[in-house]
Design a binder for this molecule. Structure first.
Ligand code: SF4
Length: 207
């Protein structure tokens, strides 16, 4: 149960009930596990966005939701402080699947869950709720085409689903996953899936 400083107990109970509704929805949409955490538990570190650059990720600078087009880690730290709670979602996946074409579908699922929870939360009066996903929206939604949102006066092709990833803002997903007790292993392009004990993707909704 999250403590909500500044709220009376009735309002705090309403917020907690809302967070539990989001958790239930995430599980219904196929999340493997969900944790409700205080927003100030979300670690933002400047070095994390280095993982968004080649050779780790080829999408650097190619999407409006990827660095350097998103807020800096410093700004993200301030922004996250304006929230009280967060819903952390994970999807377990076989390591080999992440290295296959099917892997994109798992990334897509994280976008779908994050965007749906954001939409639900906003619709229930938490107007500033914001979902974050895993990986680049360009790889999932605009794989072989340019990002329209980077073109002058252009708009995102998938505004209802595309979100920045947690890493793009500097969130240390590894640290966060471990802090909530989830098993997580480093997976690089050169990794051998047979050497990876388990894999997961994570999304986050700030409320
Ligand atoms: S979904 Fe496509 S158009 Fe939208 S921000 Fe991502 S790459 Fe750009």
């Amino acid at each position: 149960m999250i403590k909500h400083g500044g709220l009376d107990s009735k309002s705090a109970n309403e917020v907690n009930a809302h967070l539990l509704r989001l958790k239930k929805e995430a599980l219904t949409l196929g999340a493997s596990d969900v944790r409700i955490i205080p927003a100030d538990m979300v670690p933002v570190e400047d070095e994390i966005i280095e993982m968004c650059r080649p050779p780790f990720c080829e999408q650097y600078g190619k999407s409006a939701n990827c660095p350097p087009h998103v807020m800096t880690p410093e700004d993200a730290r301030q922004w996250i402080r304006s929230y009280n709670s967060a819903v952390l979602v994970k999807i377990d996946v076989l390591p080999g699947v992440l290295f296959s074409e099917q892997g994109l579908e798992v990334f897509r699922k994280v976008f779908v869950i994050s965007a749906r929870l954001e939409e639900l939360s906003v619709g229930q009066g938490h107007a500033s709720s914001k979902g974050l996903a895993a990986g680049s929206c360009k790889a999932v939604f605009c794989r072989d085409i340019p990002c329209d949102a980077l073109i002058k006066d252009g708009k995102c092709r998938c505004p209802s689903l595309a979100r920045p990833s947690m890493e793009a803002l500097g969130i240390n997903v590894f640290r966060l996953a471990r802090e909530v007790g989830w098993e997580i292993h480093a997976i690089l392009r050169k990794s051998d899936p047979d050497d990876i004990p388990s894999a997961m993707l994570a999304g986050l909704v700030l409320v």
